[in-house]
Design a protein around this ligand. Structure first.
Ligand code: HEC
Length: 160
């Protein structure tokens, strides 16, 4: 078999990358209705709210800031997918969109663990977005708030 010259592999790859730009995901920012936000439903202390805004809103709100690489396939597909899935789990600006209030409270109770373990915001996001790390002091504030919701849930379950 004849070997394909390296030049053609490079040209082919570039052509492929240009071609896939045709497939653009939709980068939506749904309208924000203040009365549907999390803080319209539960008390969110200012120090917690600032962490949520800074480190979570890009994937869990309707006010996503779409970076330049979210316009370049294939990264754009990945970013749009992350935002869509993130919002479908929790949209902090559209708290009424969730399946039911009980599930909403469970999510709030989970936040402490997710932030403490470094699961949220996701590691790849933190690498790409400087300043979105949650400091130990901020984690403590987030946990003090979040744990109120998991405590309320535990007492419902009785001895669980
Ligand atoms: C880069 C996007 C992104 C950022 C930023 C982000 N999340 Fe998420 N989040 C996701 C995705 C995607 C999921 C659903 C998939 C999963 O569980 O990994 C999710 C799921 C969740 C869930 C639901 C977990 C469950 O088990 O149902 C909670 C709660 C959550 N995130 C909280 C947060 C908090 C709090 C922050 C900020 C401190 C944050 N997220 C930042 C993308 C993100």
């Amino acid at each position: 078999m004849k070997r394909i010259p390296a030049k053609w592999i490079v040209v082919g790859s570039i052509a492929f990358l240009i071609l896939i730009q045709i497939i653009q995901p939709s980068r939506t920012n749904p309208p924000v209705v203040p009365s549907r936000s999390l803080e319209a439903h539960v008390n969110v202390p200012p120090e917690v709210q600032s962490v949520l805004k800074r480190s979570c809103y890009d994937c869990h709100s309707s006010s996503t800031v779409w970076p330049w690489y979210s316009y370049v396939a294939p990264v754009s597909w990945y970013v749009a997918h992350d935002v869509n899935v993130g919002r479908s789990h929790v949209n902090l600006q559209d708290w009424e969109a969730q399946v039911n209030p009980q599930e909403g409270l469970e999510h709030l109770g989970l936040i402490c663990k997710l932030v403490r373990n470094g699961n949220m915001p996701p590691a790849d996001y933190r690498v790409m977005h400087k300043g979105t790390d949650v400091s130990p002091e901020e984690t403590n504030a987030v946990c003090a708030w979040s744990q109120k919701f998991s405590a309320a849930e535990d007492s419902d379950k009785k001895g669980d």
